[in-house]
Design a protein. Structure first.
Length: 251
């Protein structure tokens, strides 16, 4: 029997790759994103593999976040897992910090995760021994120039994951975070030259092993494979973990 999953941030990057990986063996996939056209395209792409339920929502609106779960209550769907892959990226030095942008980043990267996980915890929404996975970042462990707001938002996310794992254990709900380095997504591609250099073999390695990813950009399917494991029953004894995938970067 297939499972029911909620994927937040499902229209691009790691979230969309998770949809691809989970669609075949799922009954229902509730997909949250801001782009209505992308949601509809994904729904059509995976029609016949799983019942896709697109949910168009802007995560900066924390006050009405319960509407994401309306489909669960109306259709009596209980979730086996939630993947929080939504996030904002951005770099700016502290001396030109924009408070509005800082708050927006913290809202999407951290606060909205807490609110969706809080709703997920309800017995009306989720099954016992279900799983919550947050996509964090290695930037939470090693802040860099211009990345103070991004790194802080992901570090805060990590703290909530640790606390949530202790509180949600009452329902045997596992809560974990995956901390990737730079992943091969359209957003990261723009920064690839800053992260890696091209060797004569065509593989991407760094000449500054202490600063960049020696193994290059991480394919998003690798991260999705970790997500799939953490959603599965095989990860029953794994909770409160921050799983780092650094591709050779030393922390």
């Amino acid at each position: 029997m297939g499972k029911n999953y909620l994927i937040i941030g499902a229209t691009s990057g790691i979230g969309e790759t998770c949809v691809h990986r989970l669609a075949t063996d799922s009954d229902h996939l509730l997909l949250v994103g801001r782009n209505k056209d992308r949601l509809e395209a994904i729904e059509q792409k995976y029609a016949g593999k799983a019942t896709i339920i697109p949910i168009c929502y802007d995560l900066t609106d924390l006050d009405h976040i319960e509407t994401i779960f309306n489909e669960c209550t109306e259709n009596k769907i209980k979730l086996d897992g939630m993947v929080y892959s939504a996030g904002l990226d951005g770099t700016w030095p502290i001396k030109v910090n924009n408070t509005k942008h800082m708050v927006q980043m913290m809202t999407v990267n951290c606060f909205a995760f807490v609110e969706t996980a809080r709703k997920f915890y309800s017995t009306r929404i989720s099954k016992e021994a279900s799983s919550i996975i947050a996509i964090s970042s290695t930037a939470s462990l090693m802040p860099d120039v211009g990345m103070s707001s991004y790194s802080a938002s992901k570090a805060a996310l990590n703290s909530y994951v640790k606390t949530m794992a202790k509180e949600f254990i009452r329902r045997k709900i596992r809560v974990n975070a995956i901390l990737p380095g730079a992943v091969c997504t359209p957003m990261a591609k723009e920064k690839e030259n800053l992260l890696t250099s091209v060797s004569s073999t065509g593989k991407r390695f760094s000449s500054a092993a202490d600063h960049v990813q020696q193994l290059g950009l991480i394919p998003s399917d690798i991260i999705a494979a970790y997500v799939e494991f953490l959603l599965s029953d095989q990860s029953y004894y794994t909770t409160g973990e921050l799983i780092t995938i650094g591709a050779g970067r030393v922390y």
